[in-house]
Design a binder for this molecule. Structure first.
Ligand SMILES: Cc1cc2nc3c(=O)[nH]c(=O)nc-3n(C[C@H](O)[C@H](O)[C@H](O)COP(=O)(O)OP(=O)(O)OC[C@H]3O[C@@H](n4cnc5c(N)ncnc54)[C@H](O)[C@@H]3O)c2cc1C
Length: 380
Protein backbone atom coordinates (compact mmCIF):
# COMPACT_ATOMS: atom_id res chain seq x y z
CA UNK A 1 0.00 0.00 0.00
CA UNK A 2 1.20 3.51 -0.81
CA UNK A 3 1.06 6.34 1.77
CA UNK A 4 -2.34 7.62 0.61
CA UNK A 5 -4.09 4.27 0.12
CA UNK A 6 -7.43 3.76 1.85
CA UNK A 7 -9.31 0.69 3.04
CA UNK A 8 -11.43 1.08 -0.11
CA UNK A 9 -8.55 0.76 -2.58
CA UNK A 10 -5.12 1.94 -3.69
CA UNK A 11 -4.89 5.61 -4.63
CA UNK A 12 -3.12 6.82 -7.81
CA UNK A 13 -2.82 10.19 -9.44
CA UNK A 14 -3.31 8.65 -12.88
CA UNK A 15 -4.58 5.21 -13.89
CA UNK A 16 -4.13 4.26 -17.55
CA UNK A 17 -6.39 1.45 -18.78
CA UNK A 18 -4.93 -0.55 -21.67
CA UNK A 19 -1.29 -1.01 -22.75
CA UNK A 20 -1.70 -0.64 -26.54
CA UNK A 21 -0.27 2.05 -28.88
CA UNK A 22 -2.18 4.74 -26.94
CA UNK A 23 -2.01 3.59 -23.30
CA UNK A 24 1.55 2.21 -23.08
CA UNK A 25 3.15 5.45 -24.36
CA UNK A 26 0.75 7.65 -22.32
CA UNK A 27 1.93 5.89 -19.14
CA UNK A 28 5.55 5.95 -20.26
CA UNK A 29 5.59 9.66 -21.16
CA UNK A 30 3.94 10.49 -17.82
CA UNK A 31 6.87 8.91 -15.99
CA UNK A 32 9.53 10.24 -18.38
CA UNK A 33 8.24 13.83 -18.23
CA UNK A 34 7.60 13.76 -14.47
CA UNK A 35 11.25 14.29 -13.55
CA UNK A 36 10.36 15.26 -9.96
CA UNK A 37 8.38 12.02 -9.41
CA UNK A 38 5.26 13.92 -8.41
CA UNK A 39 2.83 11.40 -9.90
CA UNK A 40 1.90 7.88 -8.84
CA UNK A 41 0.86 6.12 -12.07
CA UNK A 42 -0.72 2.70 -12.64
CA UNK A 43 -1.06 0.99 -16.04
CA UNK A 44 -3.67 -1.79 -16.16
CA UNK A 45 -3.60 -4.31 -19.06
CA UNK A 46 -5.94 -7.26 -19.39
CA UNK A 47 -3.74 -9.56 -21.53
CA UNK A 48 -1.40 -11.03 -18.94
CA UNK A 49 -0.46 -14.02 -21.12
CA UNK A 50 2.33 -12.78 -23.45
CA UNK A 51 1.08 -15.02 -26.28
CA UNK A 52 -2.41 -13.49 -26.05
CA UNK A 53 -0.94 -9.97 -25.87
CA UNK A 54 1.18 -10.68 -28.98
CA UNK A 55 -1.76 -12.17 -30.87
CA UNK A 56 -3.95 -9.15 -30.12
CA UNK A 57 -1.32 -6.60 -31.15
CA UNK A 58 -0.25 -8.45 -34.34
CA UNK A 59 -3.83 -8.07 -35.65
CA UNK A 60 -2.74 -4.94 -37.48
CA UNK A 61 -0.82 -3.94 -40.62
CA UNK A 62 1.78 -2.60 -38.13
CA UNK A 63 2.86 0.06 -40.64
CA UNK A 64 4.32 3.43 -39.60
CA UNK A 65 6.16 6.19 -41.47
CA UNK A 66 9.42 8.01 -40.73
CA UNK A 67 7.30 10.79 -39.20
CA UNK A 68 6.31 8.37 -36.43
CA UNK A 69 9.92 7.90 -35.32
CA UNK A 70 10.47 11.65 -35.29
CA UNK A 71 7.44 12.30 -33.11
CA UNK A 72 7.84 9.69 -30.37
CA UNK A 73 11.07 10.97 -28.75
CA UNK A 74 12.30 10.39 -26.07
CA UNK A 75 10.86 6.90 -26.68
CA UNK A 76 13.21 5.13 -29.08
CA UNK A 77 12.73 2.17 -31.35
CA UNK A 78 15.21 -0.73 -31.47
CA UNK A 79 16.08 -2.30 -34.86
CA UNK A 80 14.68 -5.60 -33.50
CA UNK A 81 11.23 -3.91 -33.19
CA UNK A 82 10.99 -3.63 -36.98
CA UNK A 83 9.92 -6.64 -39.07
CA UNK A 84 10.61 -5.24 -42.53
CA UNK A 85 10.44 -2.10 -44.66
CA UNK A 86 8.43 -0.92 -47.66
CA UNK A 87 9.95 1.05 -50.55
CA UNK A 88 7.14 0.90 -53.15
CA UNK A 89 3.39 1.51 -53.16
CA UNK A 90 1.15 -0.06 -55.82
CA UNK A 91 -2.38 1.31 -56.06
CA UNK A 92 -5.41 0.13 -58.07
CA UNK A 93 -8.05 2.83 -58.56
CA UNK A 94 -11.44 1.42 -59.58
CA UNK A 95 -11.30 -0.79 -62.68
CA UNK A 96 -9.17 1.51 -64.79
CA UNK A 97 -5.95 2.73 -63.20
CA UNK A 98 -2.89 1.15 -61.59
CA UNK A 99 0.06 3.16 -60.26
CA UNK A 100 3.39 2.26 -58.72
CA UNK A 101 5.51 4.82 -56.88
CA UNK A 102 8.38 5.01 -54.39
CA UNK A 103 7.01 4.96 -50.83
CA UNK A 104 8.68 4.60 -47.45
CA UNK A 105 7.06 2.66 -44.61
CA UNK A 106 8.27 0.53 -41.72
CA UNK A 107 6.47 -2.62 -40.60
CA UNK A 108 6.80 -2.88 -36.83
CA UNK A 109 6.94 -5.90 -34.63
CA UNK A 110 4.26 -4.07 -32.68
CA UNK A 111 4.05 -6.36 -29.59
CA UNK A 112 7.84 -6.32 -29.18
CA UNK A 113 7.97 -2.54 -29.50
CA UNK A 114 5.09 -2.04 -27.05
CA UNK A 115 6.80 -4.34 -24.57
CA UNK A 116 9.90 -2.14 -24.78
CA UNK A 117 7.73 0.91 -24.07
CA UNK A 118 6.22 -0.83 -21.01
CA UNK A 119 9.73 -1.77 -19.83
CA UNK A 120 10.86 1.86 -20.18
CA UNK A 121 7.80 2.92 -18.14
CA UNK A 122 8.58 0.41 -15.38
CA UNK A 123 12.24 1.46 -15.45
CA UNK A 124 11.11 5.06 -14.82
CA UNK A 125 9.13 4.01 -11.73
CA UNK A 126 5.71 3.17 -13.21
CA UNK A 127 3.51 0.40 -11.80
CA UNK A 128 1.75 -2.22 -13.97
CA UNK A 129 -1.14 -4.48 -13.09
CA UNK A 130 -2.23 -7.35 -15.38
CA UNK A 131 -5.97 -7.28 -14.81
CA UNK A 132 -9.20 -6.37 -16.58
CA UNK A 133 -11.06 -3.20 -15.67
CA UNK A 134 -14.76 -3.99 -15.47
CA UNK A 135 -16.25 -0.76 -14.24
CA UNK A 136 -15.39 2.90 -13.81
CA UNK A 137 -17.37 5.05 -11.39
CA UNK A 138 -16.72 8.79 -11.26
CA UNK A 139 -19.51 9.73 -8.86
CA UNK A 140 -17.14 10.27 -5.89
CA UNK A 141 -14.18 12.59 -5.42
CA UNK A 142 -11.77 9.91 -6.67
CA UNK A 143 -12.62 7.81 -9.75
CA UNK A 144 -13.11 4.18 -8.76
CA UNK A 145 -11.93 1.38 -11.07
CA UNK A 146 -13.10 -2.14 -10.26
CA UNK A 147 -11.11 -4.99 -11.78
CA UNK A 148 -11.92 -8.62 -12.56
CA UNK A 149 -9.60 -9.88 -9.78
CA UNK A 150 -11.45 -7.82 -7.15
CA UNK A 151 -8.68 -5.19 -7.06
CA UNK A 152 -9.93 -1.61 -6.71
CA UNK A 153 -7.93 1.44 -7.78
CA UNK A 154 -8.91 5.00 -6.87
CA UNK A 155 -7.66 7.63 -9.30
CA UNK A 156 -7.50 11.40 -9.56
CA UNK A 157 -7.53 10.99 -13.34
CA UNK A 158 -8.28 8.00 -15.56
CA UNK A 159 -6.95 7.62 -19.11
CA UNK A 160 -9.15 5.15 -21.00
CA UNK A 161 -6.94 3.60 -23.70
CA UNK A 162 -8.70 0.26 -23.78
CA UNK A 163 -9.34 -0.05 -27.49
CA UNK A 164 -12.33 0.00 -29.83
CA UNK A 165 -14.75 -1.69 -27.41
CA UNK A 166 -13.61 0.45 -24.48
CA UNK A 167 -15.11 -0.52 -21.14
CA UNK A 168 -14.14 2.89 -19.81
CA UNK A 169 -16.15 4.54 -22.61
CA UNK A 170 -19.28 2.45 -22.10
CA UNK A 171 -19.39 2.48 -18.30
CA UNK A 172 -18.80 6.26 -18.28
CA UNK A 173 -21.68 6.81 -20.73
CA UNK A 174 -19.69 8.47 -23.53
CA UNK A 175 -21.46 8.33 -26.93
CA UNK A 176 -20.64 5.32 -29.12
CA UNK A 177 -18.39 6.12 -32.12
CA UNK A 178 -18.41 4.57 -35.57
CA UNK A 179 -17.11 0.98 -35.35
CA UNK A 180 -16.16 -1.25 -38.28
CA UNK A 181 -14.76 -4.78 -38.43
CA UNK A 182 -11.63 -5.51 -40.44
CA UNK A 183 -10.76 -8.97 -41.76
CA UNK A 184 -7.07 -9.71 -42.08
CA UNK A 185 -5.48 -12.85 -43.58
CA UNK A 186 -1.87 -13.91 -43.13
CA UNK A 187 -1.07 -15.17 -46.63
CA UNK A 188 1.89 -16.27 -48.78
CA UNK A 189 3.23 -13.19 -50.56
CA UNK A 190 3.82 -12.82 -54.31
CA UNK A 191 7.51 -13.26 -55.24
CA UNK A 192 9.14 -9.85 -55.67
CA UNK A 193 6.59 -8.08 -53.44
CA UNK A 194 8.57 -8.28 -50.18
CA UNK A 195 8.99 -4.49 -50.01
CA UNK A 196 5.80 -3.44 -51.83
CA UNK A 197 2.56 -2.36 -50.21
CA UNK A 198 -0.59 -2.68 -52.34
CA UNK A 199 -3.93 -0.86 -52.05
CA UNK A 200 -7.14 -1.47 -54.01
CA UNK A 201 -9.66 1.40 -53.99
CA UNK A 202 -13.15 0.90 -55.39
CA UNK A 203 -16.81 1.59 -54.80
CA UNK A 204 -17.35 -1.80 -53.18
CA UNK A 205 -14.85 -1.14 -50.36
CA UNK A 206 -17.31 1.10 -48.52
CA UNK A 207 -15.03 4.10 -47.99
CA UNK A 208 -12.09 1.84 -47.17
CA UNK A 209 -9.77 -0.24 -49.30
CA UNK A 210 -8.30 -3.70 -49.68
CA UNK A 211 -4.60 -3.85 -48.72
CA UNK A 212 -1.62 -6.16 -48.78
CA UNK A 213 1.26 -5.35 -46.41
CA UNK A 214 4.51 -7.36 -46.48
CA UNK A 215 5.14 -9.28 -43.28
CA UNK A 216 8.64 -10.75 -43.36
CA UNK A 217 10.05 -13.29 -45.83
CA UNK A 218 7.39 -14.79 -48.10
CA UNK A 219 4.40 -13.60 -46.05
CA UNK A 220 1.93 -10.74 -46.28
CA UNK A 221 -1.17 -9.45 -44.53
CA UNK A 222 -4.23 -9.06 -46.74
CA UNK A 223 -7.13 -7.09 -45.30
CA UNK A 224 -10.45 -5.34 -45.99
CA UNK A 225 -13.61 -4.20 -44.21
CA UNK A 226 -15.73 -7.25 -43.41
CA UNK A 227 -18.34 -7.86 -46.10
CA UNK A 228 -16.66 -5.77 -48.83
CA UNK A 229 -14.46 -8.54 -50.30
CA UNK A 230 -13.71 -12.24 -49.94
CA UNK A 231 -10.53 -14.29 -49.80
CA UNK A 232 -10.53 -18.05 -50.41
CA UNK A 233 -6.81 -18.63 -51.08
CA UNK A 234 -4.22 -20.16 -48.78
CA UNK A 235 -3.90 -18.49 -45.37
CA UNK A 236 -1.86 -19.25 -42.26
CA UNK A 237 -4.19 -17.30 -40.00
CA UNK A 238 -7.52 -15.47 -40.27
CA UNK A 239 -8.05 -12.51 -37.98
CA UNK A 240 -11.02 -10.23 -37.34
CA UNK A 241 -10.68 -7.05 -35.33
CA UNK A 242 -12.86 -4.04 -34.71
CA UNK A 243 -11.76 -0.49 -35.27
CA UNK A 244 -13.35 2.67 -33.82
CA UNK A 245 -12.72 5.63 -36.09
CA UNK A 246 -13.66 9.14 -37.05
CA UNK A 247 -13.41 10.90 -33.69
CA UNK A 248 -15.93 11.79 -31.00
CA UNK A 249 -17.23 15.28 -30.17
CA UNK A 250 -16.39 14.75 -26.47
CA UNK A 251 -13.79 12.45 -25.01
CA UNK A 252 -13.09 14.04 -21.61
CA UNK A 253 -15.48 14.32 -18.69
CA UNK A 254 -15.59 13.79 -14.91
CA UNK A 255 -11.79 13.33 -14.66
CA UNK A 256 -11.86 10.57 -17.30
CA UNK A 257 -10.31 11.02 -20.76
CA UNK A 258 -10.35 8.61 -23.70
CA UNK A 259 -7.45 8.29 -26.14
CA UNK A 260 -6.61 6.00 -29.08
CA UNK A 261 -9.30 3.66 -30.38
CA UNK A 262 -11.30 4.15 -27.15
CA UNK A 263 -11.87 7.73 -28.30
CA UNK A 264 -12.17 6.75 -32.00
CA UNK A 265 -8.86 8.50 -32.76
CA UNK A 266 -8.18 6.20 -35.75
CA UNK A 267 -8.10 8.17 -39.03
CA UNK A 268 -11.07 7.11 -41.22
CA UNK A 269 -9.22 7.60 -44.55
CA UNK A 270 -6.02 5.71 -43.73
CA UNK A 271 -7.41 3.44 -40.96
CA UNK A 272 -4.12 4.18 -39.15
CA UNK A 273 -3.99 4.66 -35.40
CA UNK A 274 -0.55 3.70 -34.07
CA UNK A 275 1.03 7.11 -34.60
CA UNK A 276 -1.99 9.08 -33.35
CA UNK A 277 -2.06 6.83 -30.26
CA UNK A 278 1.55 7.69 -29.43
CA UNK A 279 1.14 11.39 -30.25
CA UNK A 280 -2.01 11.63 -28.11
CA UNK A 281 -0.30 9.85 -25.21
CA UNK A 282 2.61 12.28 -25.45
CA UNK A 283 0.44 15.39 -25.67
CA UNK A 284 -1.82 14.29 -22.80
CA UNK A 285 1.10 13.34 -20.55
CA UNK A 286 2.72 16.72 -21.24
CA UNK A 287 -0.50 18.52 -20.31
CA UNK A 288 -0.89 16.51 -17.06
CA UNK A 289 2.72 16.93 -15.92
CA UNK A 290 2.61 20.66 -16.65
CA UNK A 291 -0.55 21.00 -14.54
CA UNK A 292 1.00 19.10 -11.64
CA UNK A 293 4.22 21.12 -11.73
CA UNK A 294 2.31 24.42 -11.92
CA UNK A 295 2.08 26.67 -8.88
CA UNK A 296 -1.64 27.54 -9.14
CA UNK A 297 -3.55 27.67 -5.85
CA UNK A 298 -6.16 25.18 -7.11
CA UNK A 299 -6.22 21.67 -5.67
CA UNK A 300 -4.50 18.80 -7.48
CA UNK A 301 -7.81 17.22 -8.58
CA UNK A 302 -9.01 20.39 -10.28
CA UNK A 303 -5.62 21.02 -11.95
CA UNK A 304 -5.65 17.47 -13.35
CA UNK A 305 -9.21 17.90 -14.54
CA UNK A 306 -8.21 21.15 -16.30
CA UNK A 307 -5.27 19.32 -17.90
CA UNK A 308 -7.45 16.68 -19.55
CA UNK A 309 -9.88 19.28 -20.86
CA UNK A 310 -6.98 21.36 -22.18
CA UNK A 311 -5.73 18.24 -23.95
CA UNK A 312 -9.20 17.63 -25.45
CA UNK A 313 -9.30 21.17 -26.87
CA UNK A 314 -5.73 20.93 -28.23
CA UNK A 315 -6.39 17.55 -29.83
CA UNK A 316 -9.53 18.74 -31.58
CA UNK A 317 -7.65 21.71 -33.03
CA UNK A 318 -4.75 19.54 -34.20
CA UNK A 319 -4.42 17.88 -37.65
CA UNK A 320 -4.43 14.49 -35.85
CA UNK A 321 -8.10 14.75 -34.86
CA UNK A 322 -9.96 12.06 -36.82
CA UNK A 323 -13.24 14.03 -36.82
CA UNK A 324 -11.66 16.47 -39.32
CA UNK A 325 -11.56 13.76 -41.97
CA UNK A 326 -15.12 12.45 -41.69
CA UNK A 327 -16.57 14.66 -44.44
CA UNK A 328 -14.02 13.37 -46.96
CA UNK A 329 -14.55 9.80 -45.71
CA UNK A 330 -18.36 10.03 -46.13
CA UNK A 331 -17.90 11.41 -49.64
CA UNK A 332 -15.37 8.71 -50.58
CA UNK A 333 -17.79 6.10 -49.23
CA UNK A 334 -20.46 7.34 -51.67
CA UNK A 335 -18.14 7.24 -54.71
CA UNK A 336 -18.44 4.46 -57.28
CA UNK A 337 -15.55 3.10 -59.37
CA UNK A 338 -15.97 5.78 -62.07
CA UNK A 339 -15.83 8.61 -59.52
CA UNK A 340 -12.76 7.05 -57.86
CA UNK A 341 -11.09 6.79 -61.28
CA UNK A 342 -11.80 10.49 -61.92
CA UNK A 343 -10.46 11.35 -58.44
CA UNK A 344 -7.24 9.42 -59.17
CA UNK A 345 -6.51 11.09 -62.55
CA UNK A 346 -3.83 13.52 -61.22
CA UNK A 347 -2.02 10.64 -59.45
CA UNK A 348 -2.10 8.44 -62.53
CA UNK A 349 -0.45 10.95 -64.90
CA UNK A 350 3.26 10.39 -65.24
CA UNK A 351 4.21 13.91 -66.32
CA UNK A 352 4.27 16.36 -63.40
CA UNK A 353 2.83 19.19 -65.48
CA UNK A 354 -0.07 17.09 -66.76
CA UNK A 355 -0.74 15.85 -63.23
CA UNK A 356 -0.79 19.45 -61.95
CA UNK A 357 -3.16 20.53 -64.73
CA UNK A 358 -5.53 17.66 -63.97
CA UNK A 359 -5.37 18.53 -60.30
CA UNK A 360 -6.39 22.12 -61.14
CA UNK A 361 -9.18 20.85 -63.37
CA UNK A 362 -10.51 18.55 -60.61
CA UNK A 363 -11.55 21.46 -58.36
CA UNK A 364 -14.55 19.53 -57.03
CA UNK A 365 -12.13 17.10 -55.37
CA UNK A 366 -9.79 19.69 -53.79
CA UNK A 367 -11.12 19.30 -50.22
CA UNK A 368 -10.69 15.52 -50.58
CA UNK A 369 -7.14 15.78 -51.92
CA UNK A 370 -6.28 17.93 -48.91
CA UNK A 371 -7.94 15.46 -46.50
CA UNK A 372 -6.03 12.51 -48.06
CA UNK A 373 -2.78 14.49 -48.06
CA UNK A 374 -3.15 15.54 -44.39
CA UNK A 375 -4.22 12.02 -43.39
CA UNK A 376 -1.10 10.51 -44.93
CA UNK A 377 1.05 13.21 -43.35
CA UNK A 378 -0.35 13.08 -39.80
CA UNK A 379 -1.77 9.61 -39.19
CA UNK A 380 0.64 7.06 -40.64
C1 LIG B 1 -6.66 -5.14 -39.23
C2 LIG B 1 -6.11 -3.80 -38.79
C3 LIG B 1 -4.98 -3.28 -39.42
C4 LIG B 1 -4.44 -2.06 -38.97
N1 LIG B 1 -3.30 -1.58 -39.55
C5 LIG B 1 -2.73 -0.44 -39.08
C6 LIG B 1 -1.48 0.02 -39.58
O1 LIG B 1 -0.87 -0.60 -40.44
N2 LIG B 1 -0.96 1.18 -39.08
C7 LIG B 1 -1.60 1.90 -38.11
O2 LIG B 1 -1.10 2.94 -37.70
N3 LIG B 1 -2.77 1.46 -37.59
C8 LIG B 1 -3.35 0.32 -38.03
N4 LIG B 1 -4.52 -0.13 -37.50
C9 LIG B 1 -5.17 0.68 -36.44
C10 LIG B 1 -4.49 0.42 -35.11
O3 LIG B 1 -4.33 -0.96 -34.91
C11 LIG B 1 -5.34 1.00 -33.97
O4 LIG B 1 -5.64 2.33 -34.26
C12 LIG B 1 -4.56 0.94 -32.65
O5 LIG B 1 -4.38 -0.40 -32.27
C13 LIG B 1 -5.28 1.65 -31.53
O6 LIG B 1 -4.47 1.55 -30.38
P1 LIG B 1 -5.11 1.61 -28.93
O7 LIG B 1 -3.99 1.50 -27.96
O8 LIG B 1 -6.00 2.76 -28.83
O9 LIG B 1 -6.07 0.31 -28.83
P2 LIG B 1 -5.71 -1.22 -28.86
O10 LIG B 1 -4.61 -1.50 -29.79
O11 LIG B 1 -7.00 -1.93 -29.07
O12 LIG B 1 -5.14 -1.55 -27.40
C14 LIG B 1 -6.00 -1.55 -26.29
C15 LIG B 1 -5.33 -2.27 -25.13
O13 LIG B 1 -6.21 -2.24 -24.01
C16 LIG B 1 -6.35 -3.53 -23.45
N5 LIG B 1 -7.68 -3.60 -22.82
C17 LIG B 1 -8.87 -3.65 -23.45
N6 LIG B 1 -9.87 -3.66 -22.56
C18 LIG B 1 -9.30 -3.62 -21.33
C19 LIG B 1 -9.83 -3.60 -20.01
N7 LIG B 1 -11.16 -3.61 -19.78
N8 LIG B 1 -8.96 -3.59 -18.96
C20 LIG B 1 -7.61 -3.56 -19.19
N9 LIG B 1 -7.07 -3.58 -20.42
C21 LIG B 1 -7.91 -3.59 -21.48
C22 LIG B 1 -6.16 -4.47 -24.63
O14 LIG B 1 -5.78 -5.77 -24.21
C23 LIG B 1 -5.07 -3.75 -25.43
O15 LIG B 1 -3.77 -4.11 -25.00
C24 LIG B 1 -5.08 -1.34 -37.92
C25 LIG B 1 -6.21 -1.87 -37.29
C26 LIG B 1 -6.72 -3.09 -37.72
C27 LIG B 1 -7.92 -3.66 -37.00
Amino acid sequence: MGPCDTAEGQVYDVVVVGAGPAGAPAACYLKLFDTRSLLRVLLIEKHEDPAEYDKYHHKCGEGVSDGFFEEIAPIRIEPSDITTYVDTVREYWGMKHATEDPFKLHILDRPSFLRHVIEAYIGAGGEVRWDQVLEVDASENLVRLSCKSGFVALARVVIGADGPNSRVRTTMGFPEPKIITLMQYLVPDEPGDEHTITFWYGGKYDGGYKYKFPYGPGKAKLGFIKGTAEYHGQSYEIQAKQMALGGMPTFAKDRVVLIGAAGAFTNPLTCAGIRVGFVAGRMLAGSIVKAVEGQSGDGLESRLDDAIHRFEAMWKRSPYYAGKYMKAYERFKDMDDAAIEAFAEPYVQKGRLRGALLFLKNAAFWPMYKAFWDSARYSV
